[in-house]
Design a protein around this ligand. Structure first.
Ligand code: SAM
Length: 170
């Protein structure tokens, strides 16, 4: 199973995914976890990925354009959600999303590829949830500063459902 994570803090992932069961699962090629710096898909010289909310409101949100280009660059269908490869799922981390459960971990482990978008600041341009993501997921009824911990929590829990990752299935 492959995970792609879009974040502006890719270094946060190396510690957690470089240890223990998840590390061994990658070495055994049961999992492939690719963490991408979203700034790679910014087009200005300062690699800016945030802007004032399109529809107004306080703070800054991630712009849709770098996320759109990132998904395109990762060869994920972005033009029409209905045409997206049925083996791929794009998740937007969001405090207002559906709360993640063990059933979601089992369900998502059936996909070959799961892409997780980690928000920051005041969140992510609303159009990402509307047009680019398949679902919005929260890991609990509280607000964190970013989607990186939620991405790690979900990847950890989904990975445990992949045969061979926890060692013994039972
Ligand atoms: N203004 C947003 C709100 O009121 O919901 C909060 C944005 S939060 C400071 C920044 C980012 O952290 C969000 O875009 C999301 O990616 C992530 N995040 C925060 N809490 C989360 C949670 N409970 N579950 C999943 N993601 C969360």
């Amino acid at each position: 199973m492959r995970f792609d994570v879009l974040t502006i803090f890719p270094e946060m992932f190396s510690g957690y995914f470089g240890e223990s069961i998840i590390k061994r699962a990658q070495e055994k090629k049961l999992l492939k976890i690719q963490v991408h710096d979203l700034r790679k898909w910014a087009t200005d010289k300062h690699h800016k990925v945030d802007d004032k909310p399109y529809g107004g409101g306080p703070g800054m949100v991630f712009k849709i354009e770098p996320i759109y280009r990132a998904l395109n660059g990762l060869k994920i269908k972005v033009e029409r959600l209905k045409l997206r490869d049925k083996d791929t799922r794009v998740i937007l981390t969001s405090a207002r999303g559906k709360q993640f459960t063990a059933a979601d971990a089992r369900r998502l482990a059936k996909y070959k590829r799961v892409v997780i978008i980690c928000g920051r600041y005041e969140g992510v341009d609303e159009r990402v949830a509307e047009h680019l993501a398949d679902e919005e997921i929260s890991i609990g009824p509280y607000v964190l500063t970013g989607g990186e911990l939620p991405a790690m929590v979900m990847i950890d829990s989904i990975s445990r459902q992949v045969p061979g990752v926890p060692g013994k299935l039972e």
